[in-house]
Design a protein around this ligand. Structure first.
Ligand code: NAD
Length: 472
């Protein structure tokens, strides 16, 4: 095993407060990673005061200056990339290698650069000689960014970068499971940003609630569970906050009968198992036509059996542990229920309880009913149910049967046919022959109870601004 012997301690030490902090453990080993400061509602008020004094000058600075700062922030992230990746790997559990920790840091700088580079000019709506109406995009003021533990740094950047670009100050509330990663990232960003503009308040649910209800905060960018999204709608109601809600999903993939099982197996695998299945827009229910059902099961099992899972700092591994015990318990319960119902476990399903860490093996479950809990609940872990279908109408109906609709995918070499099926699926994004591919140029957001509002691209910038019409 080629475990990196020691990580650079500088950043981690600077975000750790060993004397009074909350102990954060590596989910792969149980070892202590560091100590998170326990901020409370009083710290939040300090952050609000700082944001209030820093934001007007930042708003006045204009797009060019703000974009230059975001580019400098991207450079700073790149300069600290390996250090950040190691903190992330140890705290979140995801391996350094594969589409994991280093990939996540790369995405942070890519999204910072994209937010800096997208043009957003005022638009002329009417200019007929009598009326001239323009829409301008003004800063909102203070934005609260509340994030989850699965892609903690990348999602923080998704929230922070467009907010800063549009002239806002930002207060980040990281997940209590992964505060050190986000605090380290904020510290790196703050090496190039004006003081007070970006702060992180590392508290629990109470701090999240206080941020979502604070009268000085104009908008909440939230990524997390649908249940918390509903709570934020309620707590933000009194101050009529703007909200972007990126919530839970249970993405369906539909494999059409003409697909080539071997050719798509690796794409299906990573669509489902990226970040060990702990991804909002991962493939979580796979519908396969009966003609190629066995071939797809076989090809997926072959790919799955070749993907090493283990401690994140081991360069060989591409899959890691579940981030926390509560998530491990959900995955274990769902697979156990599927097994008891008579479903067939193709691979996995037998965790090694002697091993330290929250490792649940890569699990594929075949011959499972569409109403099984492993299909209808969000597993958010490395267990994929594979459901057989007879007609495309039946597959589309099953894909659309749930009240969430973040992403979906259709798999076929016949792109025209795939697009026709995609149009019938109720999801914010439908990918063809891939799943979960996000791109900073392309808007991303959920349908149904997977949330509302868009991130990325010019639409993402507009969601962090107050549109103002000048009519005269
Ligand atoms: P979570 O909802 O439990 O927690 C997310 C954040 O909300 C944490 O920082 C938490 O402290 C805070 N919070 C909790 N209660 C709050 C309240 N009442 N008011 C304000 N803040 C509160 O989510 P999680 O378990 O960290 O993340 C997993 C979930 O997130 C999954 O359902 C997943 O699908 C979803 N997710 C969605 C996206 C997306 O883009 N749509 C991306 C990643 C994760």
């Amino acid at each position: 095993m080629s475990v990196v012997p020691e990580m650079k301690q500088a950043l981690l030490a600077s975000v750790s407060a060993a004397d009074n902090g909350r102990k954060i453990k590596d989910p792969a080993t149980g070892e202590t990673v560091g100590y998170a400061p326990q901020h409370g509602v009083r710290d939040l008020q300090n952050a609000v005061d700082l944001a209030r004094s820093a934001q007007p000058a930042w708003a006045d600075a204009g797009h060019e200056t703000r974009s230059a700062a975001l580019l400098a922030a991207a450079d700073a992230v790149e300069a600290h990339a390996e250090e950040l990746a190691q903190i992330l790997s140890r705290e979140q559990g995801k391996p350094l290698n594969g589409p994991n920790a280093r990939f996540e840091i790369g995405a942070c700088s890519a999204w910072l650069r994209a937010a800096a580079g997208i043009p957003l000019e005022p638009e002329t709506l009417v200019d007929d000689g009598e009326t001239r109406a323009e829409v301008h995009y003004r800063p909102l003021g203070i934005v609260g960014a509340i994030g989850p533990w699965n892609w903690p740094m990348m999602i923080t950047i998704w929230q922070v970068a467009p907010a800063l670009r549009m002239g806002n100050a930002v207060i980040v509330k990281p997940s209590e499971y992964t505060p050190l990663s986000v605090l380290a990232l904020v510290e790196v960003l703050n090496t190039v940003l004006p003081a007070g503009l970006l702060t992180a308040v590392s508290g629990g649910r109470d701090v999240g609630e206080a941020l979502a209800s604070h009268p000085a905060v104009s908008k909440i960018m939230f990524t997390g569970s649908t249940a918390t999204g509903k709570a934020i709608i309620k707590s933000s109601a009194d101050s009529i906050k703007r909200l972007t809600l990126e919530l839970g999903g249970n993405d369906a993939g539909i494999v059409l009968p003409d697909a080539d099982a071997k050719a798509i197996a690796e794409g299906l695998f990573w669509g489902a198992f990226i970040n060990t299945g702990q991804t909002c827009a991962a493939l979580k229910r796979l519908y396969v036509h009966e003609d190629i059902y066995d071939a797809v099961c076989e090809a997926l099992t072959e790919v799955a059996s070749a993907m090493p899972m283990g401690v994140g700092l081991d360069e060989n591994n591409v899959l890691g542990p579940l981030q926390n015990k509560a998530q491990y318990d959900i995955v274990e319960r769902l697979v156990d229920e599927a097994r008891k119902s008579g479903a067939r476990i193709l691979i996995g399903g037998n965790p090694d309880t002697e091993q330290p860490g929250y490792f649940y093996p890569t699990t594929l479950v075949a011959d499972i009913d569409n109403n099984n809990p492993l299909v209808v609940e969000e597993q958010f872990g490395p267990a994929l149910p594979i459901i057989r279908y007879k007609t495309v109408d039946e597959a589309v109906a099953m894909a659309n049967a749930l009240d969430v609709g973040l992403g979906a995918s259709v798999w076929s070499p016949d792109l025209e046919q795939a697009r026709t099926v995609a149009a019938r699926v109720q999801a914010g994004t439908v990918w063809i022959n891939k799943h979960g591919a996000v791109d900073p140029r392309i808007p991303f957001g959920g349908a149904k109870q997977s949330g509302y509002g868009l991130e990325f691209g010019v639409e993402g910038l507009k969601h962090l601004a107050q549109p103002q019409i000048i009519n005269g």
